[in-house]
Design a protein around this ligand. Structure first.
Ligand SMILES: Nc1ncnc2c1ncn2[C@@H]1O[C@H](COP(=O)(O)OP(=O)(O)OP(=O)(O)O)[C@@H](O)[C@H]1O
Length: 287
C-alpha cells in the first residue's frame, strides 16, 4: 500500500531575516523538518521567538524560505493553489470591528468564493460549531478574546479545509475559553481534519496533540509521537486488573530478589510534556 501524501511536509527549512542593527542576519528558523500525516494533530512548542510563527508562515507561503521547501498535501507552499485546502488562524487575527460575527463569516466566505444558500448554510453550521449563534448579530468590537478566537476558528474553517493551522489559538484566553477551543480542536480531529498548532500551553498541547515538536532558537530539538516522547525509556509499566494482594506481594518479592530491577512505584511511569519541554530546552541552553 502506498503511503498517503503528507498534509504538511517541511524539509530543511531555513529562514533568515535582515536586521537593521547587525550585519549578520537573524536566523529565525534553522534547518527545521516536519512531516504531518492526514488526520494528525501536531503541536509545535517553544519559547517566545523560537521560530514557531515563522515556520507556520513559511508553510503558508507568507514568508519566502531562505532555503528548504514546504508543501501542503504535496503542493509547494510558494504556489497559490497550495492554500486551497488550508484554514489559518493567525496569532492576532484582525477583524472589522463594525461587522457582526455572522457578517464576518459571510465576508470571508465570499472571499473564498462561496455564495448563496451554500454560504448561508455554512455560516449557520460554523456559528453552531463555535457556539456563537447567540452572539452572531453582535458587533465583533464587543466580543471577548475567547469569542474572537472562536470566530477566528470559524473563519479558518469556512471553505471546509483539510488542514487547519492555528498560531497560539488560546493566547490571552481564560481557562474556560481555552477549554472551549480545546474541545473545538477535538471536534476537528473527530472530523479527520489535520491540525497544526503552536502553543505555550503545554498541558493543552499534551491533551489534544498526538505528535509534538519542540523548537528552540530556530532548531527542532525533539520531535515525535507524544506517547513515545513522554514515555520513560528505562522503566516498564505493568498494568494489572484484579491482582490480589498476595500476587502483588509475590511480584514485589521477585523484583526484590533480582540484582538489577528495582520497583520505583506502582502507577503510570510517564513524565509530563512540560517536564520534557523544560529538560530539552535547558539542555540546549547549557550547550
Ligand atoms: N518579519 C521579521 N523581521 C525580522 N525578524 C523577524 C520577523 N519575524 C520574526 N522575526 C524574528 O524571528 C524570530 C522568530 O520569531 P517567531 O515569531 O517565528 O517566533 P515564535 O516562536 O512564533 O514567538 P512567539 O511565541 O513570541 O510568537 C524572533 O527573533 C523574531 O524577532
Amino acid at each position: 500500500m502506498t503511503e498517503p501524501t503528507p498534509a504538511v511536509e517541511i524539509r530543511h527549512l531555513v529562514k533568515d531575516f535582515k536586521t537593521s542593527f547587525k550585519r549578520k542576519p537573524l536566523r529565525a528558523v534553522d534547518d527545521v523538518s516536519i512531516r504531518i500525516m492526514p488526520g494528525e494533530v501536531y503541536g509545535l512548542i517553544g519559547p517566545n521567538g523560537s521560530g514557531k510563527s515563522t515556520t507556520m508562515k513559511a508553510l503558508l507561503g507568507l514568508v519566502a524560505p531562505t532555503s528548504g521547501q514546504c508543501a501542503i498535501f504535496g503542493k509547494d507552499s510558494l504556489k497559490v493553489d497550495s492554500r486551497n485546502e488550508v484554514g489559518f488562524l493567525p496569532e492576532n487575527p484582525y477583524f472589522y470591528k463594525h461587522l457582526s460575527g455572522e457578517e464576518t463569516l459571510n465576508f470571508y466566505g465570499k472571499l473564498c468564493g462561496i455564495k448563496g444558500a451554500k454560504l448561508r448554510d455554512r455560516v449557520k453550521e460554523l456559528l453552531a460549531l463555535v457556539d456563537l449563534e447567540g452572539a452572531s448579530h453582535r458587533r465583533i468590537g464587543g466580543y471577548s478574546k475567547g469569542m474572537l478566537q472562536r470566530i477566528g476558528l470559524a473563519q479558518a474553517m469556512i471553505q471546509e479545509p483539510r488542514l487547519v493551522i492555528l498560531d497560539e489559538p488560546t493566547a490571552g484566553v481564560d481557562p474556560v475559553g481555552s477549554r472551549e477551543i480545546r474541545d473545538l480542536i477535538f471536534k476537528l480531529r473527530e472530523q479527520g481534519i489535520t491540525v497544526f498548532l503552536c502553543s505555550h500551553l503545554l498541558e493543552q498541547v499534551q491533551e489534544v496533540c498526538d505528535h509534538v515538536g519542540i523548537i528552540f532558537r530556530g532548531k527542532m530539538v525533539k520531535e515525535g509521537k507524544l506517547d513515545d516522547l513522554i514515555a520513560i525509556e528505562d522503566q516498564t509499566e505493568l498494568v494489572m486488573k484484579n491482582a490480589s494482594p498476595d500476587l502483588i506481594a509475590e511480584i514485589q518479592a521477585m523484583i526484590g530478589r533480582d540484582d538489577q530491577a528495582e520497583l520505583i512505584r506502582m502507577g503510570k511511569p510517564r513524565t509530563t510534556l512540560e517536564r520534557l519541554f523544560l529538560r530539552e530546552t535547558q539542555k540546549q541552553e547549557s550547550k
